[in-house]
Design a protein around this ligand. Structure first.
Ligand code: NDP
Length: 825
């Protein structure tokens, strides 16, 4: 007779399928053919029809159309038409729409979960407990931001029609991450879901229609990459918000360059999962299960690089293998499985390709014995050990259930390995020694760091990357900025009374005869071709302005590499000095000097940076009249206007000195056993292209803003009026600014700025000129996907720096790292 105890020991899981009846009804048992949701109604669409099937068993779920250029056109037109009324509704009414959407997602959560599981192949348990509740949470949270937008983001307005492109791994959740903040801020949307997983977006469109979301506010155009590309190219789109692979992100960066379209990119990752010997190893093993095998590892922030301290490696891997033996892989609708199916055959082959390459590179691939279903696209959890650091299995995003294990000896080595990647999306740190965790968290270059937890997401906390994982944040206050722009005209308002004269002059600096050198002079002259009085180093003692300036690189005045200089004329057309004509080599030297200074300056306290900037401001104040005189002479503005600018420059430096130790982060209250510290971190090396409007104030204020937040700067002086910026070097030199922290270049922008834009060791571009070169620079920035800010809206009036402009400069000078730390019970 079987004893109860024996029965328990031999118990096995049986299938526990979730019913798919509701979904079958909605999908007309696979017969339904969807078109696009445009202007509040379903269009016919005439693009090719494509089928979508369940990757778990191949069953036909439904058909949809590939959106054509015309479909995209119609959708953008509908969104543009809906925009004025949607904005006129105001925050409160918009918030009620968002609440309604949130409630409807909750009410129909079972249908959403089943549709999502079937379409993507993910375990129903995950769709039901993670994807759908989080999607609803995003709409609730952002309903709140809609209500508060006017008071919390004064001086800002929605960007307009937003094109959104999402991937297939969390279809509804990615939609929620994008649509909720966009609508909350007052934008209208055209969204393209991924080709493999269009269904939950189409269901959401249906829900939006039923809840009475005004026509045109949300438009869904299904299709493939070509449909996405048509949306990215569309002139009617004011912003593209993209989540997907780094390669496509790069393409989109290039495609939008020079269009003035706002852009945020949420891209791939190869996130480190760091386990110290002081970790609770069992907890870390469970963390890995969540971190790597959630959604079959098809998670952008999957902790797919296990970095384990050498002393516990063996034990950790033994426990991990034992746990992996118990992971159940099965049909997505089975409630008792841990892992479902890979999204499609192509993705499965891609993952297998990585495993084959890893094996070839000498790695050991281990998979548990437990069977995986033969029909459908299934793969078991996989552990890879012994791979050389250069193997693609270690360096590239696999986007599958594959964990690669490496070891380290010391915390410093752990940090070095964690950062040894071109990505920077997320990291997990496991140790019971909280001091160690909090020591390591700031050192890892990633947008999110989880301490003793992993893959936690919440609408209150921003999510996004460093480096080639993209830029911009989704979620929380930081995510709202992505859908807002300064109110048009705020610049003019801010430029009111006290410095009106200066502002007027700055807008029209070239009235009368233009002190611009003739083209042949701009082309530069080698020192030997010039008369002695015009060559480097020979100052004219009677007039300090009349001498050859030098570049400032690594804390030293340097002659330009090419030996060429550009003669300068003052406003009356009289020669008044020469400026170096920097070239690519000078740029490279400046970036190298900045890179050396970046770590130490970034590690200084706000208190110290404030002191140094106050000192700079004081030194500048002492020489304000001198700068005003130069300014007046070279630009031709009145003495009063020049004096106003010089004093505005001093004010600005004091302002950023004041902010150096005050631009705090936030603590987000995320609804788990955590608090989430949103830390403002420096971006790194900022390349600044100064404009002609305010050659003194613009240059020094932008530098001070960057420095105040721990960045280092390479500044390209105004092309037309470079002398004052080069004179600022004397003030910088005497203000305790460490060598390399600021570097000043001059010359022809076309010759130096592209090199900065393309340089892999520049982390951000600030372009205050906004011309054709700005667009080219945006395209060139795609290499390392650096952040680019072109002030096309003219948001910054350097002559009367508004609070809005100050806030914008501080925000552009930082990026938010969200650190999740266990807290409370
Ligand atoms: P892809 O980059 O291939 O596709 C993403 C989306 O872009 C899809 O809708 C795709 O359409 C569309 N697309 C493809 N080519 C173009 C183009 N030239 N122009 C415009 N749109 C285009 O990524 P996957 O769908 O394969 O998703 C996986 C990637 O997404 C991974 O790298 C992952 O890390 C990343 N990801 C990042 C997240 C983050 O927050 N950082 C979150 C989730 C995923 P179609 O599907 O029809 O080809």
């Amino acid at each position: 007779m079987t004893q109860v105890r024996d029965a328990f020991q031999t118990l096995d899981y049986g299938p526990a399928p979730e019913s798919h009846e509701l979904a079958a009804e909605w999908l007309h048992s696979g017969e339904r053919v969807f078109a696009h949701y445009i202007g509040g109604r379903w269009t016919d669409g005439d693009g090719t029809v494509h089928q979508t099937r369940c990757p778990g068993d191949g069953q036909l779920l439904g058909s949809f159309r590939y959106g054509t250029d015309e479909d995209v056109d119609q959708a953008v037109a509908a969104a543009a038409e809906a925009l004025p009324e949607w904005q006129a509704l105001g925050g409160h009414a918009r918030s009620r729409h968002l609440y309604r959407l949130a409630r409807q997602i909750q009410k129909r959560s079972r249908l959403f979960a089943v549709v999502e599981s079937l379409d993507n192949g993910k375990a129903i348990r995950e769709a039901r407990d993670l994807d759908i509740p989080l999607a609803a949470r995003h709409f609730y949270h952002h309903a709140g931001w809609a209500q508060l937008a006017a008071t919390e983001f004064p001086g800002y307005e929605p960007v307009g029609v937003v094109g959104q492109i999402i991937p297939w791994n969390f279809p509804l959740l990615m939609l929620a991450w994008k649509v909720a903040p966009a609508l909350a801020a007052g934008n209208t949307v055209v969204l393209k879901p991924a080709e493999c997983t269009p269904l939950s977006a189409l269901l959401f469109a249906e829900v939006a229609r039923e809840t009475g979301l005004p026509p045109g506010v949300l438009n869904i155009v299904t299709g493939d990459g070509a449909t996405g590309a048509a949306l990215t190219r569309h002139d009617g789109v004011a912003k593209i918000a993209f989540t997907g692979s780094t390669d496509v992100g790069r393409e989109i960066r290039r495609a939008t360059a020079g269009t003035g379209r706002h852009l945020s990119l949420e891209l791939g990752g190869k996130s480190p999962f760091v386990v110290f010997e002081s970790a609770d190893l069992d907890a870390a093993v469970e963390g890995i299960v969540d971190g790597v095998w959630l959604n079959q590892g098809q998670v952008c922030c999957a902790g797919s690089r296990l970095l384990v301290q050498e002393s516990v490696e063996q034990e950790m891997l033994d426990r991990l293998r034992a746990r992996m033996e118990r992971i159940r892989v099965g049909h997505p609708l089975d409630k008792s499985i841990d892992m479902g199916a890979i999204v499609d055959a192509t993705q499965k082959e891609r993952i297998e390709g990585f495993l084959a390459a890893g094996t070839e590179d000498g790695a050991t691939i281990w998979q548990p014995d437990a069977a995986v279903p033969e029909d459908g696209f299934f793969l078991p959890p996989t552990l890879c050990t012994g791979a050389p650091a250069s193997s693609t299995i270690v360096t590239d995003e696999i986007f599958g259930p594959v964990l690669v294990s490496l070891t380290f000896r010391t915390p410093a080595e752990a940090v070095a390995l964690a950062n040894d990647t071109r990505y920077g999306l997320a990291a997990s740190i496991w140790t019971e020694d909280l001091s160690l965790a909090l020591d390591v968290a700031p050192a890892i270059k990633a947008g999110t760091v989880w301490v003793n937890c992993t893959n936690l997401f919440d609408a209150a906390s921003g999510f996004g990357g460093y480096r080639e994982s993209g830029f911009g944040r989704e979620g929380g206050r930081e995510g709202m900025w992505e859908y807002l722009k300064p109110v048009a005209g705020s610049r003019r308002e801010a430029a009111a009374a006290p410095t009106a004269e200066a502002a007027d002059v700055a807008r029209e600096p070239s009235t009368g005869s233009l002190p611009r050198p003739a083209p042949e002079q701009l082309a530069g002259s080698a020192p030997e071709e010039l008369p002695p009085s015009a060559t480097g180093g020979r100052d004219a003692p009677s007039d300090p302005i009349d001498r050859t300036r030098k570049l400032w690189i690594g804390g030293r005045q340097k002659r330009p590499d090419g030996g060429y200089s550009i003669p300068q004329l003052d406003a009356r057309g009289t020669p008044c000095g020469e400026v170096p004509r920097g070239n690519r080599k000078d740029v490279r030297n400046a970036v190298e000097a900045a890179a050396k200074a970046r770590g130490p300056w970034g590690a200084t306290t706000g208190h110290l940076r404030a002191q140094i900037l106050y000192f700079l401001a004081e030194n500048l104040a002492v020489r304000a009249d001198e700068f005003a005189a130069t300014l007046s002479r070279v630009t031709g503005v009145s003495e009063a206007a020049a004096s106003a600018e010089a004093h505005a420059a001093v004010q600005a430096v004091f302002t950023f000195a004041a902010w150096a130790d005050k631009y705090d982060g936030q603590v987000h209250s995320t609804p788990f056993r955590n608090v989430t510290f949103a830390m403002n971190e420096p971006v790194g090396t900022v390349a600044i292209r100064s404009g002609d409007a305010a050659p003194v104030a613009g240059t020094i204020a932008s530098v001070a803003a960057a420095l105040s937040q721990g960045n280092v700067a390479v500044v390209v002086a105004s092309e037309r009026f470079p002398l004052p910026a080069l004179d600022l070097v004397q003030v910088l030199e005497t203000s305790d600014i460490p060598p390399g922290t600021v570097n000043v270049l001059s010359g022809i922008h076309d010759e130096v700025f592209p090199t900065l834009a393309a340089h892999d060791d520049v982390d951000q571009l600030w372009d205050f000129v906004a011309d054709d070169l700005s667009g080219r620079a945006e395209g060139l920035s795609a290499g390392n996907l650096k952040r680019v800010w072109v002030d096309r809206e003219g948001a910054i009036n350097w002559l009367a720096l508004s609070d809005l402009a100050t806030g914008m400069l501080l925000r552009k000078g930082t990026r938010v790292k969200n650190i999740w730390v266990p807290y409370g019970v």
